[in-house]
Design a protein around this ligand. Structure first.
Ligand SMILES: [Zn+2]
Ligand SMILES: [Zn+2]
Length: 416
């Protein structure tokens, strides 16, 4: 059926998932699947992803035709629909067909298979003050709920008919010819019944939901933002997303998004704030008032006689963010100091300062020593910009070199 072999993909993963060798017999596969599926069943607290993988692997390898395609071309070939649809199976279907019911006793608790509805995710903008103090926000949302009049059946009588378009399967299959001897089979939800597999007689339609089975409902959710919550943290309302027949309702999830604060920056439990001192303040004591996120006025001052250097940090303990679920504990508040130097001084100021500040080595040069030196001139530079420009010039020179025909030949493989 295939003329051209597609790219060879990974074809060992399924064997590894089941923990069997590539020449495992059908019996080996069965045993391996049975053991692993019971161990990993979500009803027994197993990991649903692992359970799904096991079902996928077993579903393919237990079917000789699919196994051959998988061995030859890998997983992608099956996904592309070769070999008559290797689509994804419901892992619970495979499990049940294997055991013919629940292996855990007490009757098949899953009876009819249910798909899980999608979660609805909303971003929730909060200020740093909100995260510091905690707050609650009321949000009005509209959602689908099962129609109360027909209990989500869509009809007055509760009856429905098989969809003629898909014979009740909810899926339609189409075949696409890719070439003279190659075709692709694709499955997609039936458009006539929107994939439900059933239709409702016009006269029997529920008057409240018009046969849609669900109606819209407005709901107000109160989102409680707790002290110390983080940017990106999720607040979940389980089972509050759209309802649909035969579906486990998904969750509404709010993801906190902290708006940037004009003054404070947060890093975990700590807060950072910038403060600029004049040179006089940096040398001869300072004090200032900082309004905190909760409105308290903090008096911040230097120790007498202390000199604050440019680009230095100081910390105040327990004035950072409250810790999540332990709000009585707090991080630190860090202050980053910048010192604003004057651009120039007049000769009188220079003389006065020189009188009080510790002398540097420049005053210790003798006239003799000075006579032997050459004079230079200092000028201002923006060092980052200067270095960037130089690097760019160097790169351009290098590129030009590469463009030369001789250069291009050198990097090619020495064939011929
Ligand atoms: Zn249909
Ligand atoms: Zn209804």
């Amino acid at each position: 059926m295939f003329r051209r072999a597609p790219k060879r993909g990974d074809n060992t993963k399924y064997y590894e998932i089941l923990g069997v060798s590539k020449d495992a017999s059908q019996d080996d596969l069965k045993k391996a699947y049975k053991k692993a599926a019971i161990k990993n069943h979500p009803d027994k607290g197993g990991d649903p992803e692992k359970f799904k993988e096991l079902a996928q692997a077993y579903g393919v390898l237990s079917d000789p035709e699919k196994r051959e395609i998988y061995d030859q071309y890998g997983e992608d070939a099956l996904k592309e629909g070769m070999g008559g649809g290797g689509g994804v199976h419901d892992p619970f279907d495979i499990f049940q067909s294997f055991f013919g019911g629940s292996p855990f006793g007490g009757g098949g608790s899953r009876g009819r298979r249910q798909r899980r509805g999608e979660d609805v995710v909303h971003a929730l903008k909060v200020s740093l003050e909100d995260l510091f103090l905690g707050t609650s926000k009321k949000l009005s949302l509209s959602r689908n709920v099962l129609c109360s009049k027909c209990n989500g059946k869509g009809s007055k009588s509760g009856a429905s008919m098989k969809c003629a378009g898909c014979q009740g399967t909810g899926m339609k299959v189409s075949i696409r010819h890719l070439g003279p001897s190659m075709m692709q089979q694709m499955q997609h939800p039936c458009n006539e019944c929107k994939g439900t597999g059933e239709t409702i007689n016009d006269k029997d339609r529920c008057p409240q939901c018009k046969g849609e089975k669900v109606v819209q409902e407005k709901k107000v959710l109160e989102v409680v933002v707790e002290k110390g919550m983080q940017n990106g943290q999720k607040i979940t309302f389980p089972g509050e997303a759209d309802e649909a027949p035969d579906t486990i309702t998904g969750d509404i999830v709010f993801v906190l998004q902290q708006k940037e604060h004009p003054k404070f920056r947060r890093k975990g439990e700590d807060l950072f704030v910038e403060h600029t001192l004049s040179l006089a303040e940096a040398l001869c004591d300072f004090q200032f008032v900082l309004t905190h996120l909760d409105g308290r006025q903090l008096l911040i001052k230097s120790n007498p006689g202390e000199v604050v250097k440019p680009d230095s940090y100081k910390a105040i303990n327990d004035e950072g963010m409250p810790m999540y679920q332990k709000p009585f504990m707090k991080g630190n508040l860090y202050i980053h100091f910048t010192v604003d130097f004057p651009d120039s001084l007049n000769p009188g100021q220079v003389k006065e300062l020189r009188g009080v500040l510790p002398a540097g080595p420049s005053t210790q040069l003798t006239d003799m020593e000075l006579d032997e030196c050459e004079e230079t001139t200092l000028h201002d530079v923006n060092i980052e910009e200067e270095m960037r420009r130089k690097q760019q010039a160097q790169q351009e020179a290098y590129d030009e070199d590469e463009d030369m025909p001789g250069g291009a030949q050198r990097v090619q493989c020495p064939q011929q």
